[in-house]
Design a protein around this ligand. Structure first.
Ligand code: 5CA
Length: 443
């Protein structure tokens, strides 16, 4: 792909309307365009990143045996009346009338719809557990949409739902997602920590928010620092080991502000380990038992008895993650972004120094690009005649982690290869392919 042919509308300066660095960068390099308050179009660069995040999220859901479905964005109000949330959800719920005057709504979340799907087919406890997910647009009529796609009205979410026969089995499901979330965020190079949280309009009394630290985050958190040093190598989807994994995390005090209790904090955390700061919620898991299954009559036969299924729900903010990764990785003082290779819009940028009437470097770029493409590496070439240093500045903002610089330092077959933030080195095309492919295969 040539940058001159791409739709990457880069701005010269930081847009003044954006208050946080992720929003600034996304507008600056043309990843998104606001369409109306809290509603955005995703342009090629932003869309590529979001799709790659989606892929990682999907792979990690599939790995724990969650089955993918796709539910519509528009839902009938009837099921929301059954659960009682048509009233309770309030103004954030976008209510619409169709031409017949029927009340419909744009789904902000899918507990009712999934419960309706479940109850229409599953009748026996023998088919439990059922774990289902989808990745779909949601709409919440937020009072104050802000920070670009971080808190917007239309956003892309992965939501999963679990159905079990009793609490013990339901906690097993909950813990599978707990592990899966740790893995998902790690693959995105984020250190997201599970914190005990409030359940809000979803309901129930067990819940964890997965939070990454960021000054600009909207969640206030209180935690024992040592939770950041925890490692997990527990990959077995087995009841006891997953229970232990969660306990390992829950040993450390880590809560969002709704759950904060000063006395508990002082009692449980030594002075030097106390941390109260801000973070971004990138995922949220809930256990709410029969909150929906009971009013909506989702039950199974179990030894001659009717049992309401026990449910949980598990969300990841796929579109919010684009901003969250920028908050974590972008150095706004030096104006340098570096995407994790797992989600970078391109694997490698080729940046040739191009002088008028001399196509040597551009021709070289094209032939290197071919070789990289053949090895499934996604490449963008800067074929503009801008000066070399403004090209470099531009690519530091775009944040593709690997660059091939065809300037004075590339000689013959040895190309100047640079990983953003590191010293450059001279490598052959083959060496570059091996190096980047190896890193890509690891994640
Ligand atoms: N049904 C449950 C679990 S699937 C649910 O809706 N949970 S949630 O409300 O916590 O949302 C899940 C995730 O979506 C959040 O952790 C957050 O990352 C993302 N999210 C929520 N609201 C917004 C918003 N207004 N803009 C962008 N992302 C959002």
């Amino acid at each position: 792909m040539f940058i001159s042919k791409s739709f990457i509308p880069i701005l010269k300066n930081n847009p003044t309307e954006a208050k946080i660095k992720s929003h600034q960068l996304m507008l600056r390099v043309g990843m998104i365009k606001q369409s109306s308050a809290g509603i955005y179009s995703w342009l090629p660069l932003g869309f590529k990143v979001m799709k790659k995040i989606e892929r990682v999220v999907r792979e990690e859901q599939d790995r724990i045996g969650v089955q993918e479905i796709l539910m519509p964005t528009i839902q009938s109000s009837e099921i929301w009346k059954e659960s009682g949330r048509y009233k309770d959800y309030g103004e954030e719920l976008l209510r619409i009338k169709d031409r017949q005057g029927r009340e419909i709504l744009y789904g902000p979340t899918n507990e009712e719809l999934i419960t309706d799907i479940f109850r229409s087919s599953i009748k026996s406890y023998k088919t439990l557990p059922q774990l289902l997910y989808h990745i779909q647009w949601k709409f919440r009529d937020e009072l104050r949409p802000r920070f670009g796609i971080m808190r917007c009205r239309e956003f892309y979410m992965k939501d999963a739902y679990s159905f079990d026969i009793n609490d013990e089995e339901a906690f097993f499901s909950y813990n599978k997602f707990f592990l899966s979330y740790l893995k998902t965020f790690k693959r995105l190079e984020l250190s997201a920590i599970p914190m005990a949280a409030d359940t809000g309009p979803i309901g129930g009394n067990l819940s964890h928010e997965f939070i990454i630290l960021a000054e600009t985050g909207e969640s206030k958190i209180y935690t024992d620092k040592r939770i950041f040093d925890l490692k997990y190598d527990d990959e077995v989807l087995e009841k006891n080991s997953l229970k232990k994994l969660r306990e390992k995390y829950e040993k450390f005090y880590a809560v969002t502000d709704e759950k904060f209790d000063q006395k508990e904090f002082d009692k449980n955390v030594s002075k030097e380990n106390r941390l109260s700061t801000k973070g971004i919620e990138v995922g949220h898991i809930f256990y709410f038992g029969d909150k929906y299954s009971k009013p909506m009559n989702a039950a199974v036969d179990h030894q001659g008895k009717k049992e309401y299924v026990k449910m949980g729900s598990y969300g990841i903010g796929v579109s919010r993650l684009v901003g969250a990764i920028i908050e974590a990785k972008y150095n706004d003082k030096e104006e340098i972004m570096k995407w994790p290779i797992s989600v970078s819009p391109y694997d490698i940028a080729i940046i040739p120094l191009i002088n008028k009437n001399d196509s040597t470097n551009l021709d070289k770029a094209v032939s290197i690009c071919k070789a990289l493409n053949e090895k499934n590496l996604d490449v963008i070439i800067d074929d503009t005649e801008e000066n070399f240093s403004s090209k470099l500045k531009k690519f530091n903002l775009i944040g593709i982690p690997y660059q091939i610089l065809l300037g004075k330092k590339s000689e013959g077959d040895l190309l100047e290869f640079k990983e953003i933030g590191k010293e450059s080195q001279n490598l052959s095309v083959k060496q570059i392919i091996d190096l980047v492919t190896k890193i890509k295969n690891k994640i």
